[in-house]
Design a protein around this ligand. Sequence first.
Ligand code: NAD
Length: 340
Amino acid sequence: MIKVAVNGYGTIGKRVADAVACQPDMEIVGVSKTSMNADAYVAKARGYPLYIADLSKRADFEDAGVPVAGSVAEMITKADVVVDATPGGVGLKNRPMYEQHGVRAIYQGGEKHATAGFSFNSSVNYDEARGRQFVRVVSCNTTGLVRIINEVDRAFGVGKVRAVMVRRGGDPGDVKRGPIDAIVLDPVTLPSHHGPDVQSVLPHIEITTAAMIVPTTFMHMHAVQMTLKRPATREQVIELFRAHSRIGLVKGPSGIRSSAELKEYMQDIGRPRSDMWENGVFEESVSVVDGTELWLFQAIHQEADVVVENVDAIRAIASDVPAAESIRMTEEALGFVALG
Ligand code: NAD
C-alpha cells in the first residue's frame, strides 16, 4: 500500500483524500489543516487522522471535539507521498520540510512550475514522472486544456491554439470572493497565464489565452479554437474524444447548455460532491471549419478535474504501475461512468 498524507485539507485536499482512500493500493495516513472549521469535522467523520500546522491551536480543535494526531512534521514521517494542497505559495515554503524528510510530494497548480521542476498530466507525461521526488499537477484550467490539445495533437497535429476562459468567481464555499455583479477581465492584457502554463506540459504547442471572471461558483467555460496540421472531420474529432475516458461528451439530446445544468446532472448520477472529473465537451459545439480549424466549448469543474490527476501522479512517482493501468484503476475505484 502507498501511504499518502494530504497536507492542506481544503477544496482540493478533501477530494484527493477521498479519491485516495478508495484506491485498492493506497491508504490515507493523515490530513492536515491550519484552523478549526467544518472540514475538520468532515475529516473526523471520514476517520482520517487530523494533524495541524500550528500546535498552539490544538485546543481550538480538541475543544470542538476533534482529536489532533500531531504536527504536520510528524504526519509526513508516516507517508510515502505527501499531496500538498495548501494555498498557492505555501507549497514552496513546505519544500525544505519534504527535502529534510526525503518524502515525495505532489504540488498543485497554485505553485509555480519551478517549485516541483516537473508539471504533470497523466495522459501526457506519466512515465517521465517516475522516480521524481517532486511533481506538480497543473491547475484546473490547464488540465482541461492539456487533455484536449494533447489528444488532437497526437491525432492530427496542432498548429496553434487560441482559447478564452470564462472562469468562476470563487468556489461554492468561498463567501469572501467575487465578483457579485460584474464581468472582470482577468487579466485585461494578453496572454493570460494559462497559455504559458499549458506549455509547462506541452512545450511545443503554440497557444495564446485570454481570461475573465464571472459571478458563478461551479465550473469554468472554455471557448477553444485550434488549427490542425492535417485535415479532420467533425466526426473524427468526436470519436477521438469519445475514446478518452477523461473527455466527457455532453450530448445534444441531454438539452444541457450550461454549467448549472451540468451540476444538476452530476448530482443526479450520484457523483460525490457533484464532481465532474472529466472535461465536459459540448458535442454539438464541436465544429471543423475548412477541414483544419477546430472550434468547441468545454466546461471544466475547477474543484474536480485535478483530483484524478493527483491519484495518478501518486502512482507515477511511488509505484511501477503503468500509465494506462493507473488511469483505469483510478477511474474504476471512483465508479467513473461516461457522461452520456
Ligand atoms: P483551500 O483554501 O480550499 O484549502 C487549503 C487548505 O490548506 C486549508 O484547509 C488550510 O487550512 C490548509 N493550510 C493552509 N496553510 C497550511 C499549512 N501551512 N499547512 C497545512 N495546511 C495548510 O485551497 P484549495 O482551493 O484547495 O487550493 C489548494 C491548491 O490547489 C492551490 O495550489 C490551488 O491553486 C490549487 N487548485 C485549486 C482549485 C480550486 O478550484 N479550488 C483548482 C485546481 C487547483
